[in-house]
Design a binder for this molecule. Structure first.
Ligand SMILES: C[S@@+](CC[C@H](N)C(=O)[O-])C[C@H]1O[C@@H](n2cnc3c(N)ncnc32)[C@H](O)[C@@H]1O
Length: 284
């Protein structure tokens, strides 16, 4: 069945056939881990129709050929942006930051004061508000954090959002929403101060590919991205997080996400969508 498709002002018809949708959804699954059921077809069709118009391509078939062709990387990123959302904000789902501050950070900071490492990963960090929120939290509870071996890593599959995160520039009304207790004293204008940015490094990373890290993390925030993955992909990602977390490390996931599969034997619930890695296993 072919659904009614948007027709552009010049009368071009961008119909997306079921076969076109299937090819796009297989591509999205293979490259980004995204699961797209047929219910997403109207949304995907209308978003892609806009992209095709912009590229002056009049058939989905030709667009798909572009995605498979040489130099496809930038179009691949455009497609990812069309299929997912980058919505995020400072201190989103604030209970996670409270749990980190009250239940986990005290021992991590003590360990770092004795010369240990403190590593937190914001996986799928979008434009950086999440890792910078973690950095502001760390700085507020430990003003001399920059003298310890403490680092936050922010990664996302989309290089465009990673670049924005690195630029650390935000609309003033967004910065105004940072709770007063965490707002950096040296925040002036629209850019995160270096007292915060110096704690965070960024990189591009696709969660469905093997992780490149040598060391382990004390906490991982992976929020509001696994909802796009199908269950087998989610379960692989949960297991990969479990392996890369230190014993006792925390995993924070999005409000509509749940741990399932083999990793659930190791993750003990420690709050709303919050889990502790207990390699011995169990929820007991
Ligand atoms: C809704 S944002 C979540 C941002 C932040 N974690 C939060 O909860 O506010 C989802 C992000 O996941 C990223 N993403 C989608 N698929 C991904 C993948 N396979 N690997 C890494 N990041 C991915 C998108 O680029 C997007 O920036």
């Amino acid at each position: 069945m072919t659904i009614a498709s948007p027709i552009d002002p010049k009368g071009q018809d961008f119909s997306m056939t079921d076969a076109d949708f299937e090819i796009v959804s297989q591509y999205a699954h293979k490259h980004f881990g995204l699961a797209m059921s047929s219910s997403k077809k109207p949304l995907v069709s209308s978003r892609l129709a806009r992209r095709l118009r912009h590229l002056k391509i009049d058939k989905f078939k030709d667009y798909i050929a572009k995605l498979e062709g040489p130099n496809a990387d930038s179009e691949k990123n455009e497609l990812l942006s069309l299929l997912t959302t980058n919505v995020t904000h400072f201190f989103r789902e604030p209970h996670h930051f409270e749990t980190l501050r009250d239940d986990h950070l005290p021992s991590l900071i003590e360990q770092a004061r004795r010369g240990g490492r403190l590593r937190i990963w914001s996986a799928a960090c979008s434009t950086g508000q999440e890792p910078y929120s973690i950095a502001m939290l760390l700085k507020s509870v430990c003003p001399d954090i920059d003298r310890l071996d403490a680092k936050i890593l922010g990664t996302d599959i989309d290089p465009v959002v990673v670049q924005k995160a690195q630029a650390a520039k935000y609309p003033l009304d967004e910065l105004a929403q940072i709770p007063r207790e965490f707002k950096p004293k040296d925040l002036a204008g629209d850019t995160m101060p270096s007292s915060i940015t110096s704690l965070v490094t960024f990189g591009t990373l696709n969660l469905i590919q093997p992780f490149p890290f040598k060391g382990k993390f004390d906490a991982i925030f992976c929020r509001n991205v696994a909802i796009y993955f199908d269950t087998p992909t989610q379960q692989k990602v949960w297991s990969a997080f479990q392996r890369i977390l230190n014993p006792g490390g925390y995993l924070f996931i999005g409000h509509s996400e749940r741990i399932s599969g083999p990793a659930s034997a190791h993750f003990k619930t420690a709050g709303i969508t919050t889990y502790i890695n207990t390699p011995a296993g169990g929820d007991s």
